[in-house]
Design a protein around this ligand. Structure first.
Ligand code: CDP
Ligand code: MG
Length: 823
């Protein structure tokens, strides 16, 4: 069984698919990627509307006519009453004064770096200046401007704004494209998209054919995608001398980027903002009646000591951030202005900042009427995982006399502009993914932001009138902040990135990454390559395998992509789509807030026999028991998720769905998000050509929980731990202890989605599996390794003692053989 294992068969099959598609359709890009219409349209921006080169005379004429039409349209709008008003507004922005020098620099240089304070008009104006100048020069129909944004919400919000400024609807000359959503039309010349979308387009169109300008926005954030894109573009520029690249940054570290591109010219847009008064914690404490111990100057304290002291003084009152916010607002002589707070809860609950915290703070503020008459308060949350329609609410103007309060994470730090913010409350922290290369563990820890980020946060006030900023930390802590945040490339696992490098055919991964602005550690790169080899995406020589090629075109983590591909091949697409969508969104099982730390273990399925747990009627246990209903005998968070989702999906009307969610401690919102993501993943999977329209075939074995367990294992491996006793899991590779609490373990192995270091190491989203499943679906490990790790005899024995499992496996092998022959 091991020698002709399922993995090799799957790889053979995928190769067959690839080669068949190549000969059938002849639509493969030079690098061997499928270019069917479906895969291409999700891969990025359609090429349909761009001029084909060389351009025929007839086409030239058509383009010309179109260009004049665009010019007339633009002129008509600018001469209308509304258009004139808009133009006036635009002329008032600081960027306008630099318009000519910007355009000249762009026409004379291939790369230009532009910096300027948030709100000066970089994102909305600069791409428009380029578009307008092309239109005025009657080249408008031939130009194609792509402006990348690090986040979906900014791509959408900005495109909407720019279309409005041009008196158009979205999808005319301005459009947007983010993962799985987008509006653009045949006349779209300026496209706002996420950086990821442009990278995906580069997969199938390495030279960015037809694109005239690429604008990379918010480069100061140093996101991984942006850093990656810069390497790719640097390599591309010599091949496309007419292509223009503009880098935009909110802060003044333009030199770094300029020197990366051989001394590209820098243009700074001087901004105007109203003065913002800055208060640090010591000032806030004084105005709110808290006193520091007399005789102790704040500067005498080390950070830790100071924090303890603040916490204690807060505890004496209400110990909740809500009270701090309340006091702060009162101290600020709160007169009905809007207030912007962000991550506020985090400083008092240093373990987490995020969606939960924001929601909890929101509830608290609402429940306690801390902000006065609720009818006069518009309290909004803003978080990256919210639906985009909800996120957009933060831009709305409240009615007269109503205060708008926005609770936001650092996603709103630079890229979105809410004009009416007057107060900013800044906790000084952000949840930052980091990567512990030594232990090969991703960490999600709240940490202090950088000075640059604190400045950005402060800058959100004072846009329409003078404002105030409350930093909930002392000045001496601020002084100790780093100037800039560590680039993401240096603090995240690099697996997806390595896959992309390979699929863009950039040769050696480590050589490619050595060209980055700042290169990641050798160990991080090695770990990522090793991982890709273990899951079978790269072969021994670091070349993409058939599986790797498919993984590169699926826009999700490699492990989730692999799960989906296995789900397609083993004909259990529906439940696996649920798992993959669930892992991409978040857990729909709600946990009472105060017990969240316990809930992080997320190993509830293992507790299913401990009925005595249910004796306690605390909310936590109620929620747990609700989840237990779903995981009963499944021993799997993933199977519990599938059952919960299916139960919800089967209900027809909204009201009963609501009741179902309520009694089962499920989040209706999350289930809806999972539902919509599932659909989109389905189309993407279809785009790979691995499944066809007929959903009955692709779901022939969806009811088989053995199989679901197996496919989950195939995807999550090598995320597998051995259970050594009641208290510990040991991971195969490092023999590291993983905290599992006092749970009883029914199977010898657990595959898990995430091993996260919060304070100790936690496993998230796990499925218990038997020896034989680990052995057969576990992946590309060598026989020797398997021998070392698995209790072989026990595995075989269990396999033969479990006829239904053996049956499933034999059936799979048989079906695969048939499929391969068919192909
Ligand atoms: O990119 P940058 O931070 O330099 O500024 P921007 O996003 O281009 O915004 C320029 C100005 O446009 C802002 O100061 C706002 O006054 C206005 N704006 C708006 O009213 N509504 C939006 N959705 C975006 C911008
Ligand atoms: Mg901007």
């Amino acid at each position: 069984f091991i020698d002709s294992g399922l993995h090799q068969k799957v790889d053979t099959l995928l190769k067959e698919y690839l080669s068949q598609r190549r000969t059938d359709k002849g639509t493969f890009a030079a690098n061997g990627f499928p270019r069917s219409s479906t895969s291409h349209s999700f891969a990025g921006i359609s090429e349909r509307h761009e001029p084909q080169y060389p351009v025929s005379a007839a086409m030239k004429n058509a383009l010309h006519r179109r260009s004049f039409l665009l010019r007339d349209q633009q002129q008509a709008w600018q001469e209308s009453v509304e258009g004139e008003k808009m133009l006036e507004f635009r002329k008032g922005l600081p960027a306008y004064k630099e318009k000519d020098s910007l355009l000249t620099a762009i026409s004379e240089n291939q790369v230009v770096v532009v910096s300027g304070e948030t709100g000066c008009g970089k994102t909305t104006q600069l791409p428009q200046y380029i578009l307008e100048s092309e239109i005025v020069a009657a080249r408008g129909a031939g130009c194609s401007i792509i402006c990348t944004q690090p986040r979906r919400i900014s791509a959408m919000a900005v495109s909407e704004r720019v279309a409005a400024e041009r008196g158009e609807k979205l999808g005319e000359s301005v459009g947007y494209k983010v993962r799985l959503e987008g509006i653009r039309g045949k006349d779209t010349r300026l496209l706002f998209c996420t950086t990821g979308i442009l990278l995906r387009r580069l997969l199938v169109d390495r030279n960015l054919k037809g694109v005239t300008h690429v604008i990379v926005d918010e480069i100061h954030e140093r996101g991984m995608n942006e850093d990656f894109l810069l390497i790719v573009l640097k390599e591309l520029l010599p091949r496309r001398p007419e292509l223009r690249l503009i880098l935009m940054s909110a802060t003044l570290n333009a030199e770094l980027f300029s020197s990366y591109f051989g001394g590209a010219p820098m243009i700074h847009i001087p901004g105007f903002t109203y003065p913002v008064r800055t208060h640090f914690l010591e000032n806030i404490l004084e105005t709110t009646g808290y006193r520091l111990t007399p005789g102790n100057q704040i500067d005498d304290y080390g950070q830790d000591k100071l924090w303890k002291m603040q916490k204690q003084s807060m505890k004496k009152k209400k110990s909740q951030i809500a009270s701090v916010v309340e006091d702060t607002l009162q101290a600020a002589d709160f007169r009905g202005y809007s207030v912007w707070t962000r991550d506020s809860l985090s400083c008092w609950n240093p373990d987490s900042i995020g969606w939960d915290d924001i929601n909890a703070l929101k509830d608290k503020l609402q429940a306690n009427f801390l902000l006065g008459d609720p009818r006069r308060v518009l309290l909004l949350a803003c978080h990256g995982s919210m639906a985009s329609s909800e996120q957009r609410l933060i831009f709305d103007k409240p009615e007269d006399g109503v205060r708008k309060i926005v609770l936001a994470t650092n996603m709103a730090e630079t890229s979105i502009t809410i004009n009416d913010v007057v107060f900013v409350v800044d906790c000084g922290k952000a949840k930052e993914t980091s990567y512990d290369a030594l232990n090969n563990t991703p960490c999600l820890l709240p940490s202090w932001v950088s000075k640059a980020a604190a400045r950005q946060r402060r800058g959100r006030a004072g846009r329409v009138q003078s404002g105030e900023c409350y930093h909930l930390y002392p000045k001496c802590v601020y002084e100790a902040f780093a100037d800039y945040q560590l680039p993401e490339l240096l603090r995240t696992p690099l697996q997806s990135l390595c896959l992309q490098i390979k699929s863009l055919q950039f040769g050696s991964i480590s050589e490619f990454l050595s060209m980055a602005l700042q290169s990641p550690e050798v160990l991080s790169v090695d770990n990522a390559v090793e991982y890709l080899k273990v899951i079978g995406a790269l072969d021994d020589k670091e070349n993409l395998t058939a599986l790797g090629r498919y993984l590169a075109i699926l826009p999700m983590e490699p492990k989730l992509g692999k799960m989906l591909i296995f789900g397609a091949i083993f004909k259990c697409v529906d439940p696996i789509l649920t798992v993959v969508a669930g892992l991409s969104v978040r857990d729909p099982f709600l946990m009472p807030f105060d017990k969240k730390d316990n809930a992080k273990l997320n190993l509830s399925h293992i507790m299913h026999e401990q009925e005595n747990v249910l004796k306690f009627l605390a909310p936590f246990q109620l929620a747990e028991s609700a989840k237990l209903q779903f995981s009963r005998q499944g021993y799997s968070d993933h199977i519990a998720l599938i059952r919960a989702y299916n139960g919800w999906k089967d209900i027809e009307n909204e009201k009963s769905r609501y009741e179902y969610c309520h009694t089962n401690f499920l989040s209706a919102q999350t289930l809806k998000a999972i539902d919509s993501l599932r659909k989109q993943f389905f189309f993407q999977l279809k785009g790979t050509g691995l499944i066809d329209e007929d959903q009955t075939t692709s779901n022939a074995w969806s009811h088989d929980e053995h199989l679901i367990r197996a496919v989950t294992c195939a995807g999550l491996y090598p995320g597998v731990c051995s259970v050594v006793n009641k208290k510990k899991y040991v991971s195969l590779k490092t023999l590291e202890d993983v905290n599992a609490g006092e749970q009883k373990i029914p199977y010898p192995w657990l595959v898990f989605n995430e091993k996260v270091k919060v304070n100790s190491v936690f496993l998230r989203d796990s499925t218990a599996i038997s020896d034989s499943l680990a052995l057969l679906f576990g992946g590309n490990v060598s026989r020797g390794e398997l021998n070392g790790h698995l209790k072989m005899f026990g595995g075989y024995l269990e396999f033969f003692m479990n006829p239904s499992l053996a049956e499933t496996y034999l059936r799979l092998k048989g079906e695969l053989d048939e499929l391969i022959q068919e192909k």
